[in-house]
Design a protein around this ligand. Structure first.
Ligand code: ISL
Length: 520
């Protein structure tokens, strides 16, 4: 539809640049590699690419520790390679979304080097510094997302600085007007180069409550749990001033035309929806919705969360969905390959913008990271809790040749253990492969406006079956998904099966085990 923006009609594909395609023989993916694989992305049938961070970085958190907001890490290429990639993407009608990391920089960023050099440095206040608490310890009880206090002592200037993540990721002080102006300049720098939008990392974190009050203690926390859950992040996240900044970011994006802002926001529905802003003062277009990742894979539960999420949206708020990311366990590892096919159908038939994570379209799930190859700082800091993110970040397997065609040398992380059979080339022509299913789903979605902009009506969510209708004008499509591996009756689905997650056709009025169908 001509009058609806591309981020509502399109599908986003997340690329983790370290692991997409190496062209530099160092075992790490890069921008030229992505450019080489653009036809694959285009042929898949997506509309936009979100690139995880590509800026200069010491890589303590693999690029989420930025040392220069207006450059490209030499590992990934240079600004010429970036401009080429954008031009090549645009030539195919693909949009480019960058990952903007405003909450924290690297401790190697020149701003932080200056900030920590003395208490009276002009950039001191660009970061968040505080005196020790009465006992000489940290100023308050805030816990880093990666465990331990959020405060790091700086012996030279005898104050603590705040870091919501690693100590190598000091939090920026968005209450400082000069810092804020510098960050807006960085956004302009990329908009001016033609980028189509930003995914904004931990947007709900960027402002902290004045005076840094203690966060409420979580009485349910036990030592087997993630250390960060010892407290509720009441005063360290979701402050009103952050909404004001989001609105200003939106005004900047709007001043450039059709540019999207996707906010990474983890909050319960009601507060999550506030990040859309209001018609008078809009904030982000798409507050990222992680619910299909965070909830149990169960028809009743999923049916309910869809209803609750839809009900929480403001009148003009457009939904979005995702089943995998570089931070979460692979969908096929979580629920098995047969159900991952059902999840693919759900993702691409719900109302709202879907984001696909690279490799999920191949059904990657079997990954073994030997202890000596673990690289994720989250895993290294709290081993044994199952927090490891490396298993979702393994290199794309392109073919059955050496290192799966990803690189000419040993990649930075191992490949998926079944890469010889599970790779792009092997799946490309197989009717039964996950890749073929994704391509078909994307193509049906593209040719069926009802699946994109049609209304959503839940029909049932019980006895392992999730069923809903999408309707636009006289076009109706029913989606019926079987969350179990046994057959289930679906008496109310009428019409012919347009697409099934399985081969062949089952008995009428019945879903086979692990089957999802689009009927219409
Ligand atoms: O709070 C969470 C879930 O409730 C966490 O998952 C957290 O919000 C998430 O890890 C934030 O992720 C983003 O910022 C991190 C970076 O390590 C991740 O890769 C990125 O996606 C710090 O920049």
């Amino acid at each position: 539809t001509p009058n609806r923006p591309w981020w509502e009609t399109g599908v986003v594909y997340q690329i983790y640049p370290r692991s997409f395609q190496d062209s530099g023989d160092d075992g790490i993916g890069d921008l030229a590699g992505i450019e080489r694989r653009l036809n694959y992305v285009f042929d898949l049938g997506v509309d936009a690419i979100w690139l995880s961070p590509i800026f200069p970085s010491p890589m303590a958190d693999f690029g989420y520790d930025v040392a220069d907001y207006c450059g490209i890490d030499p590992m990934f290429g240079d600004i010429v390679a970036f401009d080429r990639l954008v031009a090549a993407a645009h030539a195919r009608g693909l949009k480019i979304i960058l990952d903007f990391v405003p909450n924290h920089s690297s401790d190697q960023h020149p701003w932080f080097v200056e900030s920590r050099s003395s208490r009276d440095n002009p950039r001191r206040d660009w970061y968040i510094w505080a005196d020790a608490g009465p006992d000489g310890g940290p100023p308050n009880n805030w816990i880093s997302d990666f465990a331990g206090s959020s405060w790091e002592w700086d012996a030279r200037t005898e104050q603590f600085y705040l870091h919501a993540f690693l100590k190598e990721q000091p939090d920026l002080n968005w209450r400082n007007p000069a810092l804020k102006a510098a960050m807006f300049d960085a956004m302009r720098f990329w908009f001016d180069r033609g980028v189509d939008g930003f995914r904004i990392d931990v947007l709900w974190h960027i402002v902290k409550a004045k005076g840094f009050p203690d966060n409420p203690v979580n009485p349910g926390w036990t030592p087997e749990m993630n250390a960060r859950d010892q407290v509720f992040q009441k005063y360290s996240t979701d402050q009103p001033e952050a909404h004001q900044i989001a609105a200003e970011m939106r005004a900047l994006a709007d001043s450039y035309g059709a540019r999207v802002l996707i906010g990474e926001i983890f909050l319960p529905n009601e507060r999550h929806a506030k990040w859309f802003g209001t018609p008078d003062r809009p904030e982000v277009h798409l507050p990222f919705n992680f619910q299909l990742i965070e909830n149990e894979w169960n028809a009743e539960r999923i049916g309910q969360l869809i209803i609750d999420y839809e009900a929480s949206l403001p009148a003009d708020g457009w939904p979005n969905w995702v089943v995998g990311s570089h931070d979460a366990p692979r969908i096929a590892a979580r629920i098995g390959e047969a159900q991952a096919r059902v999840a693919a159908m759900l993702l691409l038939t719900l109302r709202g913008t879907p984001t696909l994570y690279q490799g999920d379209e191949l059904g990657i799930g079997k990954v073994d990271i030997p202890p000596d190859r673990v690289r994720d700082p989250q895993e290294l800091r709290q081993p044994g809790l199952g927090l490891g993110r490396d298993r979702s970040r393994t290199p794309m397997p392109w073919n059955g040749s050496c290192h799966a065609g990803f690189s000419s040398v040993e990649p930075w992380l191992p490949l998926n253990s079944d890469w010889k059979e599970r790779n792009v080339a092997a799946e490309a022509d197989k009717a039964r492969s996950m890749l073929t299913l994704y391509r078909r789903l994307l193509s049906v979605r593209r040719s069926t406006p009802a699946l994109n902009e049609g209304t959503f009506t839940l029909i049932r969510a019980d006895n392992d079956v999730l069923m809903f209708e999408r309707k636009l004008g006289r076009v109706r499509r029913t989606i019926a998904l079987n969350f179990s591996n046994e057959p289930r009756r679906i008496d109310s689905a009428r019409g012919k099966v347009i697409l099934s997650t399985l081969e062949g056709v089952g008995a009428s009025g019945e879903l086979r085990g692990n089957e999802g169908v689009i009927v219409g």
